[in-house]
Write a protein that binds this ligand. Structure first.
Ligand code: UDP
Ligand code: MG
Length: 341
């Protein structure tokens, strides 16, 4: 795999007057929403006259939806999508990205941990021609275990995808429309956006430092179990290493068994005992048989992995740009693998 530490040459940037969509996933944030809305509206008014706020209510059980409906009633820039139940932040962001109309799409949490006033910096950087710009939290206001988790995640991202992103867990990003369209080609339920961002932007990323504060109100909606699920989603979506582990372990154990058998045979032939032959024979046989079973499981895993890859129906390739006279005359290009077949 190519390592893509160095950002690529920036691409053609979106035009100055491009419409900006701000996607906000919301789960039980009724206390934060009024302040968020006021501040976000003010920020957008100053730097992006053509803009929209797209709130995705992820099955809130408090008054969040009522509050959002009131914003929608009063303000033509506000759109709201309400889920029937809670599907998780990744799905809320998915719905937002699918429905956003802007040429530039920013994602912002509802809890004001990243102030909306930081958005113009992100968008300005995106206009230099990046696929994605991350808000890099300089001093994170999160518990130590969350910060350690993010650090581990960044390293995992680097190992699995080969891209070092400036703040893997940042929920505050600005995206170019082309990256959004490409993200929308992915349909899997077990989604991990930081991984997809890194995978699809292929190093064409920028970062700007942003302030990070305590939640304006309420508590984090993430429990440890959800973070573990997210990490598993990421590892299993982007690599088949876990499926290969039993294969390697099986081979290793078989080798241990063979070496043990050779030792016992040599002892019997030489008539000299280094190790107790009965125990060595039993342990070697056990190791060999367990190794064989693990090997078989690992082999099955290779087929399961291939089935899994096919079932997910991910686009086998994703196109960034097309130079084609027919296309310029109005024929839309094929932008992903499946459309070709
Ligand atoms: N969120 C969501 N669905 C969920 C959990 C969270 O839409 O199931 C939203 C939440 O309202 C917030 C954002 O995702 O706007 C980030 O959540 P949170 O602040 O709890 O996460 P943390 O900052 O602790 O990572
Ligand atoms: Mg938060």
């Amino acid at each position: 795999m190519n390592r893509q530490d160095e950002p690529h040459e920036p691409r053609t940037p979106p035009p100055e007057e491009a419409m900006v969509s701000v996607v906000v996933p919301v789960f039980n944030e009724e206390e934060c929403l009024p302040e968020l809305y006021e501040r976000l509206r003010e920020v957008l008014r100053t730097f992006a006259p053509e803009s929209e706020m797209l709130f995705v209510d992820d099955g809130s059980t408090d008054r969040s939806f009522a509050v959002l409906s009131a914003f929608h009633e009063a303000d033509g820039q506000v759109r709201v999508i309400r889920f029937v139940r809670n599907f998780g932040q990744q799905m809320a962001v998915s719905a937002g990205l699918r429905n956003a109309r802007g040429k530039i799409v920013a994602i912002l949490d509802a809890d004001l941990q990243t102030p909306p006033e930081e958005l113009p910096k992100l968008v300005a950087k995106l206009r230099e021609g990046y696929d994605i710009v991350y808000g890099v939290r300089e001093r994170r206001h999160d518990p130590l275990w969350r910060r350690l988790g993010s650090w581990a995640m960044s390293n995992l991202l680097y190992r699995v995808i080969g891209i070092q992103i400036p703040d893997a867990a940042s929920n505050c990003v600005a995206l170019d429309r082309r990256l959004v369209d490409n993200l929308n080609l992915y349909n899997e339920r077990s989604r991990y956006f930081s991984g997809l961002f890194a995978w699809l932007s292929y190093g064409r990323h920028g970062g700007v430092p942003v302030r990070h504060q305590d939640r304006a109100a309420g508590q984090s909606k993430y429990r440890l179990t959800q973070l573990v699920t997210l990490t598993l989603n990421f590892v299993c979506n982007f690599s088949t290493i876990p499926l290969r582990l039993p294969l390697y372990l099986g081979v290793l154990l078989c080798l241990v068994g063979v070496v043990g058998a050779v030792v016992v045979a040599a002892e019997l032939l030489a008539g000299y005992l280094w190790l107790p032959p009965e125990a060595t024979a039993i342990i070697s046989a056990l190791a060999f048989l367990t190794g064989l079973q693990l090997f078989a499981v690992g082999l099955l895993g290779q087929y399961v992995g291939r089935i899994y890859t096919e079932v997910r129906q991910q686009p086998p390739y994703v196109v960034w740009e097309v130079l084609d006279h027919a296309h310029e005359a109005g024929t839309p290009p094929n932008t992903s693998g499946p459309a070709d077949t």
